[in-house]
Design a protein around this ligand. Structure first.
Ligand code: M6R
Length: 600
Protein backbone atom coordinates (compact mmCIF):
# COMPACT_ATOMS: atom_id res chain seq x y z
CA UNK A 1 0.00 0.00 0.00
CA UNK A 2 1.44 3.30 -1.11
CA UNK A 3 4.53 3.33 -3.25
CA UNK A 4 7.58 5.52 -2.92
CA UNK A 5 10.37 6.47 -5.29
CA UNK A 6 13.46 8.63 -5.17
CA UNK A 7 16.10 9.74 -7.68
CA UNK A 8 19.40 11.53 -7.32
CA UNK A 9 21.62 11.94 -10.37
CA UNK A 10 22.00 14.08 -13.47
CA UNK A 11 18.83 13.50 -15.48
CA UNK A 12 15.38 15.06 -15.23
CA UNK A 13 14.17 13.78 -11.85
CA UNK A 14 10.52 14.70 -12.51
CA UNK A 15 10.13 12.32 -15.41
CA UNK A 16 11.95 9.44 -13.71
CA UNK A 17 9.82 9.88 -10.58
CA UNK A 18 6.56 10.09 -12.52
CA UNK A 19 7.40 7.01 -14.60
CA UNK A 20 8.36 5.18 -11.42
CA UNK A 21 5.09 6.15 -9.76
CA UNK A 22 3.14 4.96 -12.79
CA UNK A 23 4.71 1.53 -12.26
CA UNK A 24 3.87 1.66 -8.55
CA UNK A 25 0.30 2.79 -9.05
CA UNK A 26 -0.90 -0.76 -8.30
CA UNK A 27 0.14 -0.06 -4.68
CA UNK A 28 -2.37 2.77 -4.22
CA UNK A 29 -3.95 5.33 -6.46
CA UNK A 30 -6.06 7.82 -4.54
CA UNK A 31 -3.54 10.67 -4.62
CA UNK A 32 0.08 11.21 -5.54
CA UNK A 33 2.90 13.70 -5.34
CA UNK A 34 6.53 14.46 -6.01
CA UNK A 35 9.04 16.84 -4.47
CA UNK A 36 12.02 17.94 -6.53
CA UNK A 37 15.07 19.87 -5.48
CA UNK A 38 17.10 22.43 -7.40
CA UNK A 39 19.09 25.53 -6.54
CA UNK A 40 15.85 27.41 -5.79
CA UNK A 41 14.94 24.88 -3.10
CA UNK A 42 12.36 22.11 -2.87
CA UNK A 43 9.18 22.28 -4.95
CA UNK A 44 6.24 20.02 -4.14
CA UNK A 45 3.56 18.97 -6.63
CA UNK A 46 0.68 16.86 -5.45
CA UNK A 47 -2.80 15.97 -6.57
CA UNK A 48 -5.83 13.94 -5.57
CA UNK A 49 -6.44 11.08 -8.02
CA UNK A 50 -4.16 9.16 -10.33
CA UNK A 51 -0.59 9.72 -11.50
CA UNK A 52 -2.06 11.06 -14.75
CA UNK A 53 -3.69 13.84 -12.69
CA UNK A 54 -0.39 14.54 -10.96
CA UNK A 55 1.42 14.63 -14.30
CA UNK A 56 -0.95 17.34 -15.48
CA UNK A 57 -0.15 19.31 -12.32
CA UNK A 58 3.65 19.13 -12.57
CA UNK A 59 5.26 22.23 -14.02
CA UNK A 60 7.57 21.01 -16.77
CA UNK A 61 9.73 24.15 -16.45
CA UNK A 62 11.05 23.20 -13.03
CA UNK A 63 14.41 21.58 -13.67
CA UNK A 64 15.75 19.25 -11.02
CA UNK A 65 18.02 16.23 -10.74
CA UNK A 66 16.92 15.11 -7.29
CA UNK A 67 13.52 14.20 -5.97
CA UNK A 68 11.18 11.86 -4.14
CA UNK A 69 7.64 10.73 -4.97
CA UNK A 70 4.65 8.88 -3.58
CA UNK A 71 1.43 7.24 -4.69
CA UNK A 72 -1.08 6.84 -1.88
CA UNK A 73 -3.66 4.44 -0.52
CA UNK A 74 -5.16 6.48 2.31
CA UNK A 75 -4.99 5.17 5.86
CA UNK A 76 -4.93 8.34 7.99
CA UNK A 77 -6.91 11.18 6.51
CA UNK A 78 -9.16 11.21 3.47
CA UNK A 79 -7.59 11.15 0.02
CA UNK A 80 -7.22 14.82 -0.86
CA UNK A 81 -4.59 17.32 -1.88
CA UNK A 82 -3.56 18.21 1.68
CA UNK A 83 -3.14 14.62 2.84
CA UNK A 84 -1.26 13.58 -0.31
CA UNK A 85 2.49 13.09 0.14
CA UNK A 86 5.15 14.54 0.16
CA UNK A 87 4.74 16.24 3.52
CA UNK A 88 6.89 19.08 4.75
CA UNK A 89 8.02 20.30 8.14
CA UNK A 90 6.90 23.67 9.49
CA UNK A 91 9.81 25.60 7.98
CA UNK A 92 9.70 23.41 4.84
CA UNK A 93 13.33 22.46 5.41
CA UNK A 94 12.45 18.74 5.48
CA UNK A 95 10.26 16.87 3.00
CA UNK A 96 9.27 13.21 3.25
CA UNK A 97 7.29 10.45 1.60
CA UNK A 98 6.18 7.49 3.66
CA UNK A 99 4.61 4.08 3.09
CA UNK A 100 3.23 2.36 6.19
CA UNK A 101 1.43 3.26 9.39
CA UNK A 102 2.92 5.03 12.41
CA UNK A 103 0.90 3.43 15.18
CA UNK A 104 2.02 5.76 17.99
CA UNK A 105 1.69 9.03 16.09
CA UNK A 106 -0.85 10.46 18.55
CA UNK A 107 1.49 9.83 21.48
CA UNK A 108 4.43 11.31 19.64
CA UNK A 109 2.43 14.40 18.80
CA UNK A 110 1.32 14.77 22.41
CA UNK A 111 4.80 14.13 23.86
CA UNK A 112 7.01 16.05 21.42
CA UNK A 113 5.03 18.34 19.16
CA UNK A 114 2.71 20.36 21.38
CA UNK A 115 2.25 23.73 19.75
CA UNK A 116 3.27 22.58 16.27
CA UNK A 117 0.30 23.15 13.99
CA UNK A 118 -0.25 20.25 11.61
CA UNK A 119 -1.34 20.84 8.04
CA UNK A 120 -2.66 17.35 7.32
CA UNK A 121 -4.51 14.51 9.05
CA UNK A 122 -1.74 12.02 8.32
CA UNK A 123 0.48 10.04 10.65
CA UNK A 124 3.33 10.84 8.25
CA UNK A 125 3.42 14.54 9.03
CA UNK A 126 4.36 13.74 12.63
CA UNK A 127 7.55 12.09 11.36
CA UNK A 128 8.72 15.09 9.37
CA UNK A 129 7.86 17.49 12.17
CA UNK A 130 9.85 15.37 14.64
CA UNK A 131 12.88 15.43 12.35
CA UNK A 132 12.68 19.21 12.19
CA UNK A 133 12.27 19.50 15.96
CA UNK A 134 15.34 17.35 16.68
CA UNK A 135 17.35 19.10 14.03
CA UNK A 136 16.43 22.50 15.49
CA UNK A 137 17.78 21.21 18.81
CA UNK A 138 21.21 20.87 17.22
CA UNK A 139 21.29 17.35 15.78
CA UNK A 140 22.58 16.67 12.30
CA UNK A 141 19.98 15.49 9.82
CA UNK A 142 21.21 11.91 10.11
CA UNK A 143 21.03 12.12 13.90
CA UNK A 144 17.60 13.75 13.87
CA UNK A 145 16.31 11.13 11.42
CA UNK A 146 17.79 8.30 13.51
CA UNK A 147 16.33 9.68 16.74
CA UNK A 148 12.92 9.98 15.08
CA UNK A 149 13.08 6.43 13.71
CA UNK A 150 13.90 5.12 17.17
CA UNK A 151 10.65 6.61 18.46
CA UNK A 152 8.40 5.22 15.74
CA UNK A 153 6.16 2.22 16.33
CA UNK A 154 4.63 0.64 13.26
CA UNK A 155 5.66 0.23 9.67
CA UNK A 156 7.47 2.60 7.41
CA UNK A 157 9.44 3.03 4.25
CA UNK A 158 10.59 6.64 4.22
CA UNK A 159 12.53 8.86 1.84
CA UNK A 160 13.61 12.23 3.23
CA UNK A 161 15.08 15.34 1.62
CA UNK A 162 16.74 18.20 3.49
CA UNK A 163 16.59 21.56 1.72
CA UNK A 164 20.01 22.38 3.18
CA UNK A 165 21.65 19.25 1.80
CA UNK A 166 21.36 19.10 -1.96
CA UNK A 167 23.39 15.94 -2.42
CA UNK A 168 21.50 13.49 -0.25
CA UNK A 169 18.30 11.48 0.07
CA UNK A 170 17.93 9.71 3.41
CA UNK A 171 15.91 6.51 3.49
CA UNK A 172 14.87 3.94 6.08
CA UNK A 173 12.46 1.07 6.40
CA UNK A 174 10.70 -1.09 8.94
CA UNK A 175 8.27 -3.81 7.79
CA UNK A 176 7.43 -1.95 4.55
CA UNK A 177 9.40 -2.89 1.44
CA UNK A 178 12.13 -0.63 0.08
CA UNK A 179 15.04 -1.05 -2.30
CA UNK A 180 17.89 1.15 -3.41
CA UNK A 181 18.77 0.94 -7.11
CA UNK A 182 22.30 1.59 -8.32
CA UNK A 183 23.46 3.34 -11.48
CA UNK A 184 26.33 5.21 -13.10
CA UNK A 185 26.26 8.72 -11.61
CA UNK A 186 22.82 8.23 -10.14
CA UNK A 187 21.04 6.16 -7.53
CA UNK A 188 17.37 5.53 -6.95
CA UNK A 189 14.94 4.41 -4.28
CA UNK A 190 11.77 2.38 -4.87
CA UNK A 191 9.18 0.27 -3.08
CA UNK A 192 9.45 -2.26 -5.90
CA UNK A 193 12.24 -2.84 -8.43
CA UNK A 194 9.64 -2.60 -11.19
CA UNK A 195 9.44 1.15 -10.62
CA UNK A 196 13.04 1.79 -11.59
CA UNK A 197 13.73 -0.88 -14.20
CA UNK A 198 13.64 1.95 -16.72
CA UNK A 199 17.01 3.13 -15.34
CA UNK A 200 18.64 0.14 -13.62
CA UNK A 201 18.34 -3.56 -12.87
CA UNK A 202 20.88 -3.45 -10.01
CA UNK A 203 19.28 -3.22 -6.57
CA UNK A 204 20.32 -3.46 -2.95
CA UNK A 205 17.88 -4.93 -0.49
CA UNK A 206 17.32 -2.91 2.67
CA UNK A 207 16.59 -4.50 6.03
CA UNK A 208 14.35 -3.27 8.80
CA UNK A 209 15.78 -0.57 11.04
CA UNK A 210 18.56 0.46 8.72
CA UNK A 211 19.21 4.02 7.68
CA UNK A 212 20.61 4.65 4.24
CA UNK A 213 22.29 7.71 2.83
CA UNK A 214 21.78 7.87 -0.91
CA UNK A 215 23.98 10.18 -2.95
CA UNK A 216 24.60 10.43 -6.69
CA UNK A 217 27.91 8.59 -6.42
CA UNK A 218 27.36 6.22 -3.52
CA UNK A 219 24.98 4.54 -1.13
CA UNK A 220 25.88 4.05 2.54
CA UNK A 221 23.89 1.70 4.72
CA UNK A 222 24.01 1.90 8.53
CA UNK A 223 22.24 0.25 11.40
CA UNK A 224 20.27 2.66 13.58
CA UNK A 225 23.14 2.18 16.04
CA UNK A 226 25.51 3.69 13.46
CA UNK A 227 27.38 0.57 12.29
CA UNK A 228 28.24 0.53 8.60
CA UNK A 229 26.87 -2.40 6.56
CA UNK A 230 28.18 -3.75 3.26
CA UNK A 231 25.68 -5.52 1.08
CA UNK A 232 26.05 -6.74 -2.48
CA UNK A 233 23.51 -5.70 -5.10
CA UNK A 234 21.36 -8.22 -6.93
CA UNK A 235 20.08 -8.16 -10.51
CA UNK A 236 16.30 -7.83 -10.73
CA UNK A 237 15.03 -10.71 -12.84
CA UNK A 238 12.10 -8.90 -14.39
CA UNK A 239 11.58 -8.61 -18.08
CA UNK A 240 10.21 -5.21 -19.17
CA UNK A 241 7.69 -7.05 -21.41
CA UNK A 242 6.30 -8.73 -18.28
CA UNK A 243 5.28 -5.39 -16.88
CA UNK A 244 3.90 -3.83 -20.05
CA UNK A 245 0.26 -4.21 -21.07
CA UNK A 246 1.24 -4.63 -24.71
CA UNK A 247 -1.84 -4.68 -26.92
CA UNK A 248 -4.17 -5.66 -24.09
CA UNK A 249 -6.71 -3.10 -22.88
CA UNK A 250 -6.15 -4.18 -19.27
CA UNK A 251 -3.52 -6.01 -17.24
CA UNK A 252 -6.25 -8.25 -15.84
CA UNK A 253 -7.11 -9.62 -19.28
CA UNK A 254 -3.43 -10.13 -20.10
CA UNK A 255 -2.89 -11.95 -16.83
CA UNK A 256 -5.96 -14.16 -17.35
CA UNK A 257 -4.61 -15.07 -20.79
CA UNK A 258 -1.18 -15.91 -19.37
CA UNK A 259 -2.55 -18.69 -17.17
CA UNK A 260 -1.95 -21.68 -19.48
CA UNK A 261 1.66 -20.59 -19.91
CA UNK A 262 2.04 -20.04 -16.16
CA UNK A 263 0.88 -23.58 -15.38
CA UNK A 264 3.30 -24.98 -17.98
CA UNK A 265 6.13 -22.85 -16.58
CA UNK A 266 5.43 -24.14 -13.07
CA UNK A 267 5.61 -27.74 -14.28
CA UNK A 268 9.05 -27.01 -15.75
CA UNK A 269 10.25 -25.03 -12.75
CA UNK A 270 9.43 -27.88 -10.40
CA UNK A 271 11.01 -30.64 -12.50
CA UNK A 272 14.28 -32.22 -11.40
CA UNK A 273 17.02 -33.50 -13.68
CA UNK A 274 15.08 -36.72 -14.26
CA UNK A 275 12.12 -34.60 -15.40
CA UNK A 276 10.11 -35.64 -12.36
CA UNK A 277 8.17 -33.18 -10.23
CA UNK A 278 10.32 -32.34 -7.22
CA UNK A 279 10.46 -30.09 -4.17
CA UNK A 280 13.59 -29.19 -2.19
CA UNK A 281 14.39 -31.95 0.31
CA UNK A 282 14.43 -29.48 3.26
CA UNK A 283 10.83 -28.50 2.53
CA UNK A 284 9.76 -32.14 2.32
CA UNK A 285 11.60 -32.85 5.54
CA UNK A 286 9.77 -29.98 7.27
CA UNK A 287 6.46 -31.36 6.02
CA UNK A 288 7.33 -34.81 7.30
CA UNK A 289 8.30 -33.48 10.71
CA UNK A 290 5.01 -31.62 11.09
CA UNK A 291 1.98 -33.19 12.75
CA UNK A 292 -0.32 -30.46 11.38
CA UNK A 293 -0.05 -27.74 8.76
CA UNK A 294 -1.47 -24.26 9.29
CA UNK A 295 -2.11 -22.34 6.10
CA UNK A 296 -2.34 -18.60 6.71
CA UNK A 297 -3.33 -16.12 4.00
CA UNK A 298 -5.68 -13.32 2.96
CA UNK A 299 -8.18 -12.73 0.16
CA UNK A 300 -7.59 -14.74 -2.99
CA UNK A 301 -4.58 -16.44 -1.43
CA UNK A 302 -6.81 -17.62 1.42
CA UNK A 303 -9.17 -19.10 -1.15
CA UNK A 304 -6.22 -20.92 -2.71
CA UNK A 305 -5.33 -22.15 0.78
CA UNK A 306 -8.77 -23.74 1.17
CA UNK A 307 -8.09 -25.82 -1.93
CA UNK A 308 -4.50 -26.44 -0.83
CA UNK A 309 -5.89 -28.08 2.31
CA UNK A 310 -7.85 -30.52 0.16
CA UNK A 311 -4.72 -31.34 -1.86
CA UNK A 312 -2.49 -31.83 1.15
CA UNK A 313 -5.01 -33.89 3.07
CA UNK A 314 -6.25 -35.99 0.15
CA UNK A 315 -2.87 -36.62 -1.48
CA UNK A 316 -0.26 -36.35 1.27
CA UNK A 317 -2.56 -37.32 4.16
CA UNK A 318 -1.37 -34.48 6.39
CA UNK A 319 -3.99 -32.69 8.51
CA UNK A 320 -4.32 -29.03 7.58
CA UNK A 321 -6.07 -25.98 8.99
CA UNK A 322 -6.61 -22.85 6.90
CA UNK A 323 -6.81 -19.46 8.58
CA UNK A 324 -7.50 -15.87 7.62
CA UNK A 325 -4.31 -14.02 8.51
CA UNK A 326 -5.94 -10.96 10.08
CA UNK A 327 -7.87 -13.22 12.47
CA UNK A 328 -5.19 -15.76 13.26
CA UNK A 329 -2.61 -13.41 14.73
CA UNK A 330 -4.95 -11.98 17.33
CA UNK A 331 -6.96 -15.12 18.11
CA UNK A 332 -4.50 -17.96 17.78
CA UNK A 333 -6.05 -21.42 18.02
CA UNK A 334 -4.58 -24.18 20.14
CA UNK A 335 -1.62 -25.35 18.10
CA UNK A 336 -0.51 -28.94 17.60
CA UNK A 337 2.81 -30.10 19.01
CA UNK A 338 4.78 -29.86 15.77
CA UNK A 339 3.09 -27.32 13.50
CA UNK A 340 4.43 -26.14 10.16
CA UNK A 341 3.05 -22.82 8.95
CA UNK A 342 2.44 -22.23 5.26
CA UNK A 343 2.01 -18.61 4.19
CA UNK A 344 0.44 -18.11 0.78
CA UNK A 345 0.86 -14.65 -0.68
CA UNK A 346 1.17 -13.38 -4.22
CA UNK A 347 3.06 -10.25 -3.13
CA UNK A 348 4.87 -11.68 -0.13
CA UNK A 349 4.27 -8.32 1.56
CA UNK A 350 0.79 -8.64 3.07
CA UNK A 351 0.97 -7.13 6.56
CA UNK A 352 -1.79 -9.33 7.97
CA UNK A 353 0.17 -12.43 7.03
CA UNK A 354 3.45 -10.96 8.13
CA UNK A 355 2.27 -10.22 11.65
CA UNK A 356 1.37 -13.93 11.98
CA UNK A 357 4.76 -14.96 10.62
CA UNK A 358 6.53 -12.76 13.17
CA UNK A 359 4.45 -14.31 15.98
CA UNK A 360 4.98 -17.91 14.92
CA UNK A 361 8.71 -17.36 14.48
CA UNK A 362 8.79 -15.92 18.00
CA UNK A 363 7.12 -19.13 19.15
CA UNK A 364 9.89 -21.06 17.39
CA UNK A 365 7.78 -22.76 14.71
CA UNK A 366 9.00 -23.37 11.15
CA UNK A 367 7.39 -21.53 8.24
CA UNK A 368 7.16 -21.99 4.49
CA UNK A 369 6.10 -19.15 2.20
CA UNK A 370 4.51 -19.75 -1.18
CA UNK A 371 4.87 -16.48 -3.07
CA UNK A 372 5.25 -14.91 -6.47
CA UNK A 373 7.96 -12.48 -5.36
CA UNK A 374 11.43 -13.79 -4.63
CA UNK A 375 13.08 -11.76 -1.89
CA UNK A 376 9.77 -10.44 -0.57
CA UNK A 377 9.39 -9.96 3.18
CA UNK A 378 7.38 -13.15 3.75
CA UNK A 379 9.91 -15.10 1.71
CA UNK A 380 12.94 -13.66 3.50
CA UNK A 381 11.53 -14.16 6.95
CA UNK A 382 10.24 -17.72 6.49
CA UNK A 383 12.50 -20.77 6.68
CA UNK A 384 11.57 -22.00 3.22
CA UNK A 385 10.10 -20.54 0.03
CA UNK A 386 8.32 -22.01 -2.95
CA UNK A 387 7.98 -19.60 -5.85
CA UNK A 388 4.90 -19.27 -8.04
CA UNK A 389 6.75 -18.36 -11.26
CA UNK A 390 3.67 -16.47 -12.45
CA UNK A 391 5.54 -13.33 -13.53
CA UNK A 392 4.54 -9.91 -12.17
CA UNK A 393 0.83 -9.60 -11.47
CA UNK A 394 -0.19 -5.98 -11.82
CA UNK A 395 -4.00 -5.88 -11.94
CA UNK A 396 -5.34 -5.48 -8.42
CA UNK A 397 -7.65 -8.47 -8.91
CA UNK A 398 -5.53 -11.55 -8.59
CA UNK A 399 -5.93 -14.13 -11.37
CA UNK A 400 -2.80 -15.91 -12.56
CA UNK A 401 -1.32 -15.91 -9.05
CA UNK A 402 -4.34 -17.91 -7.86
CA UNK A 403 -4.00 -20.60 -10.53
CA UNK A 404 -0.25 -20.65 -9.88
CA UNK A 405 -0.88 -21.09 -6.15
CA UNK A 406 -3.14 -24.06 -6.87
CA UNK A 407 -0.62 -25.61 -9.26
CA UNK A 408 2.25 -25.25 -6.76
CA UNK A 409 0.11 -26.57 -3.90
CA UNK A 410 -0.84 -29.60 -5.99
CA UNK A 411 2.83 -30.28 -6.75
CA UNK A 412 3.81 -29.86 -3.11
CA UNK A 413 1.07 -32.29 -2.07
CA UNK A 414 1.88 -34.90 -4.71
CA UNK A 415 5.62 -34.80 -4.06
CA UNK A 416 5.06 -34.95 -0.28
CA UNK A 417 2.80 -37.97 -0.84
CA UNK A 418 5.49 -39.68 -2.90
CA UNK A 419 8.09 -38.94 -0.22
CA UNK A 420 5.83 -40.74 2.25
CA UNK A 421 5.54 -43.73 -0.08
CA UNK A 422 1.91 -42.97 -0.94
CA UNK A 423 0.53 -43.62 -4.42
CA UNK A 424 -1.72 -40.73 -5.49
CA UNK A 425 -3.11 -42.82 -8.34
CA UNK A 426 -2.52 -40.39 -11.20
CA UNK A 427 0.27 -38.61 -13.04
CA UNK A 428 0.08 -35.03 -11.76
CA UNK A 429 2.38 -33.62 -14.40
CA UNK A 430 0.23 -35.03 -17.16
CA UNK A 431 -2.96 -33.86 -15.46
CA UNK A 432 -1.58 -30.34 -15.00
CA UNK A 433 -0.74 -30.23 -18.72
CA UNK A 434 -4.29 -31.29 -19.53
CA UNK A 435 -5.55 -28.57 -17.18
CA UNK A 436 -3.35 -25.98 -18.95
CA UNK A 437 -5.00 -26.95 -22.26
CA UNK A 438 -8.43 -26.70 -20.67
CA UNK A 439 -7.60 -23.19 -19.40
CA UNK A 440 -6.53 -22.28 -22.93
CA UNK A 441 -9.94 -23.40 -24.20
CA UNK A 442 -11.57 -20.99 -21.69
CA UNK A 443 -9.44 -17.99 -22.58
CA UNK A 444 -10.14 -18.69 -26.26
CA UNK A 445 -13.88 -18.60 -25.53
CA UNK A 446 -14.07 -14.95 -24.48
CA UNK A 447 -17.09 -14.11 -26.61
CA UNK A 448 -19.12 -16.68 -24.74
CA UNK A 449 -17.91 -15.34 -21.37
CA UNK A 450 -18.82 -11.82 -22.43
CA UNK A 451 -22.30 -13.03 -23.42
CA UNK A 452 -22.74 -14.68 -20.03
CA UNK A 453 -21.72 -11.44 -18.31
CA UNK A 454 -24.26 -9.51 -20.41
CA UNK A 455 -27.01 -12.06 -19.93
CA UNK A 456 -26.71 -12.44 -16.17
CA UNK A 457 -24.92 -9.43 -14.76
CA UNK A 458 -25.63 -6.36 -16.85
CA UNK A 459 -28.26 -4.86 -14.56
CA UNK A 460 -28.24 -7.03 -11.47
CA UNK A 461 -27.43 -5.61 -8.05
CA UNK A 462 -26.37 -8.98 -6.64
CA UNK A 463 -25.16 -12.42 -7.68
CA UNK A 464 -24.63 -15.71 -5.85
CA UNK A 465 -22.05 -18.39 -6.49
CA UNK A 466 -22.83 -21.85 -5.22
CA UNK A 467 -20.92 -25.10 -5.21
CA UNK A 468 -20.07 -28.05 -3.06
CA UNK A 469 -16.71 -29.42 -2.06
CA UNK A 470 -13.93 -27.82 -4.15
CA UNK A 471 -16.55 -25.97 -6.20
CA UNK A 472 -17.66 -24.13 -3.07
CA UNK A 473 -14.15 -22.74 -2.59
CA UNK A 474 -13.92 -21.72 -6.25
CA UNK A 475 -17.29 -20.00 -5.82
CA UNK A 476 -15.83 -17.93 -2.97
CA UNK A 477 -13.06 -16.79 -5.29
CA UNK A 478 -15.52 -16.11 -8.14
CA UNK A 479 -17.61 -13.95 -5.83
CA UNK A 480 -14.56 -12.01 -4.62
CA UNK A 481 -13.46 -11.39 -8.20
CA UNK A 482 -16.87 -10.12 -9.22
CA UNK A 483 -17.40 -7.84 -6.25
CA UNK A 484 -13.96 -6.29 -6.19
CA UNK A 485 -13.96 -5.15 -9.80
CA UNK A 486 -17.65 -4.72 -10.72
CA UNK A 487 -18.99 -3.67 -7.26
CA UNK A 488 -21.89 -6.12 -7.69
CA UNK A 489 -22.82 -7.57 -4.29
CA UNK A 490 -21.60 -11.13 -4.84
CA UNK A 491 -21.35 -13.96 -2.33
CA UNK A 492 -20.20 -17.56 -2.47
CA UNK A 493 -22.14 -20.22 -0.60
CA UNK A 494 -21.94 -23.92 0.02
CA UNK A 495 -24.84 -25.31 -2.01
CA UNK A 496 -26.25 -27.34 0.87
CA UNK A 497 -26.18 -24.37 3.23
CA UNK A 498 -28.58 -22.19 1.24
CA UNK A 499 -31.71 -23.65 2.81
CA UNK A 500 -30.34 -22.75 6.24
CA UNK A 501 -30.81 -19.07 5.62
CA UNK A 502 -29.33 -17.62 2.47
CA UNK A 503 -32.12 -18.82 0.20
CA UNK A 504 -34.22 -16.03 1.73
CA UNK A 505 -32.21 -13.62 -0.45
CA UNK A 506 -33.27 -15.24 -3.73
CA UNK A 507 -35.70 -13.07 -5.70
CA UNK A 508 -37.14 -13.19 -9.19
CA UNK A 509 -34.17 -13.06 -11.58
CA UNK A 510 -31.34 -13.30 -9.02
CA UNK A 511 -28.33 -14.67 -10.91
CA UNK A 512 -26.96 -17.83 -9.32
CA UNK A 513 -23.74 -19.17 -10.81
CA UNK A 514 -23.54 -22.84 -9.86
CA UNK A 515 -20.35 -24.83 -10.23
CA UNK A 516 -20.81 -28.53 -10.87
CA UNK A 517 -17.42 -30.09 -11.56
CA UNK A 518 -17.29 -32.60 -8.69
CA UNK A 519 -18.90 -35.91 -9.53
CA UNK A 520 -19.60 -37.05 -5.96
CA UNK A 521 -21.81 -34.01 -5.31
CA UNK A 522 -23.09 -33.48 -8.84
CA UNK A 523 -26.65 -34.50 -8.08
CA UNK A 524 -26.65 -32.58 -4.80
CA UNK A 525 -25.63 -29.29 -6.37
CA UNK A 526 -28.16 -29.76 -9.15
CA UNK A 527 -30.77 -30.28 -6.43
CA UNK A 528 -29.69 -26.98 -4.88
CA UNK A 529 -30.03 -25.29 -8.26
CA UNK A 530 -33.62 -26.59 -8.48
CA UNK A 531 -34.32 -25.07 -5.06
CA UNK A 532 -33.20 -21.59 -6.11
CA UNK A 533 -34.92 -21.83 -9.49
CA UNK A 534 -38.17 -22.69 -7.72
CA UNK A 535 -37.80 -19.32 -5.99
CA UNK A 536 -37.18 -17.33 -9.16
CA UNK A 537 -33.38 -17.46 -9.55
CA UNK A 538 -31.71 -17.22 -12.95
CA UNK A 539 -29.21 -20.12 -12.88
CA UNK A 540 -25.95 -20.36 -14.79
CA UNK A 541 -24.55 -23.87 -14.38
CA UNK A 542 -20.88 -24.39 -15.14
CA UNK A 543 -20.14 -28.11 -15.28
CA UNK A 544 -17.50 -30.45 -16.60
CA UNK A 545 -17.58 -32.90 -19.51
CA UNK A 546 -18.42 -36.33 -18.20
CA UNK A 547 -21.32 -35.29 -16.01
CA UNK A 548 -22.80 -32.37 -17.92
CA UNK A 549 -26.53 -31.91 -18.58
CA UNK A 550 -28.46 -30.10 -21.29
CA UNK A 551 -29.36 -27.27 -18.93
CA UNK A 552 -25.69 -26.31 -18.37
CA UNK A 553 -24.60 -22.90 -19.67
CA UNK A 554 -20.91 -23.78 -19.89
CA UNK A 555 -19.29 -27.21 -20.02
CA UNK A 556 -15.56 -27.30 -19.22
CA UNK A 557 -13.28 -29.91 -20.80
CA UNK A 558 -12.74 -32.89 -18.51
CA UNK A 559 -9.74 -32.60 -16.21
CA UNK A 560 -8.79 -34.48 -13.05
CA UNK A 561 -11.40 -33.52 -10.44
CA UNK A 562 -8.83 -32.21 -7.98
CA UNK A 563 -7.53 -29.82 -10.65
CA UNK A 564 -10.98 -28.65 -11.71
CA UNK A 565 -10.58 -25.39 -9.68
CA UNK A 566 -7.58 -24.38 -11.83
CA UNK A 567 -9.87 -24.47 -14.85
CA UNK A 568 -13.29 -23.50 -13.47
CA UNK A 569 -12.01 -20.28 -11.93
CA UNK A 570 -11.04 -18.96 -15.38
CA UNK A 571 -14.60 -18.44 -16.71
CA UNK A 572 -15.43 -16.74 -13.39
CA UNK A 573 -12.49 -14.37 -13.85
CA UNK A 574 -13.54 -13.58 -17.41
CA UNK A 575 -17.21 -13.13 -16.54
CA UNK A 576 -16.19 -10.72 -13.76
CA UNK A 577 -13.90 -8.88 -16.14
CA UNK A 578 -16.66 -8.34 -18.71
CA UNK A 579 -19.24 -7.46 -16.05
CA UNK A 580 -16.91 -4.75 -14.74
CA UNK A 581 -16.12 -3.55 -18.25
CA UNK A 582 -19.82 -3.28 -19.19
CA UNK A 583 -20.44 -1.24 -16.06
CA UNK A 584 -17.66 1.18 -16.94
CA UNK A 585 -15.51 0.22 -13.92
CA UNK A 586 -11.77 0.70 -13.75
CA UNK A 587 -10.92 -2.99 -14.07
CA UNK A 588 -7.25 -2.84 -13.13
CA UNK A 589 -7.60 -0.32 -10.32
CA UNK A 590 -10.91 -0.87 -8.56
CA UNK A 591 -12.08 1.70 -6.06
CA UNK A 592 -10.79 1.62 -2.48
CA UNK A 593 -8.32 -1.19 -3.16
CA UNK A 594 -4.60 -1.61 -3.67
CA UNK A 595 -2.53 -4.52 -4.86
CA UNK A 596 -0.07 -4.93 -2.05
CA UNK A 597 -1.77 -4.61 1.32
CA UNK A 598 1.06 -3.57 3.59
CA UNK A 599 -1.06 -2.25 6.46
CA UNK A 600 -2.96 -4.37 9.00
O1 M6R B 1 -0.36 -10.58 -1.95
P1 M6R B 1 -1.32 -11.46 -1.24
O2 M6R B 1 -1.65 -12.70 -1.97
O3 M6R B 1 -0.88 -11.78 0.17
O4 M6R B 1 -2.63 -10.60 -1.11
C1 M6R B 1 -3.74 -11.06 -0.41
C2 M6R B 1 -4.99 -10.29 -0.80
O5 M6R B 1 -4.86 -8.95 -0.47
C3 M6R B 1 -5.28 -10.41 -2.30
O6 M6R B 1 -5.41 -11.73 -2.70
C4 M6R B 1 -6.60 -9.68 -2.62
O7 M6R B 1 -7.65 -10.36 -2.04
C5 M6R B 1 -6.79 -9.53 -4.14
N1 M6R B 1 -7.25 -8.20 -4.44
C6 M6R B 1 -7.81 -10.43 -4.68
O8 M6R B 1 -8.03 -10.27 -6.04
Amino acid sequence: MCGIVGYIGEQDAKEILLKGLERLEYRGYDSAGIAVRNSAGITVFKEKGRIADLRAEVNGDVEAVTGIGHTRWATHGVPNHVNAHPHQSVTERFTIVHNGVIENYHHLQRDYLQGVSMKSDTDTEIVVQLIEKFSSEGLTTKEAFTKTLELLKGSYAIALMDAEEAQTIYVAKNKSPLLVGLGENFNVVASDAMAMLQVTDQFVELMDKEIVIVRKENVDIYTLGGDRIDRDPFTAQIDMSDIEKGTYPHYMLKEIDEQPAVVRKIIQAYQNEQDELAIEPEVLEALQQADRLYIVAAGTSYHAGLIGKEYLEKLAKIPVEVHIASEFGYNMPLLSERPLFIFISQSGETADSRQVLVKVKDLGHPALTITNVAGSTLSREADYTLLLHAGPEIAVASTKAYTAQLAVLSILSAVAAKAKGLDIGFDLEQELSIAANAIQAQVDDKENMENIAREYLETTRNCFFIGRNLDYYVGLEGALKLKEISYIQAEGFAGGELKHGTIALIEEGTPVIALATQEAVNLNIRGNVKEVVARGANPCIISMAGHAEDEDRLVLPAVHELLAPIVSVVPLQLISYYAALHRGCDVDKPRNLAKSVTVE
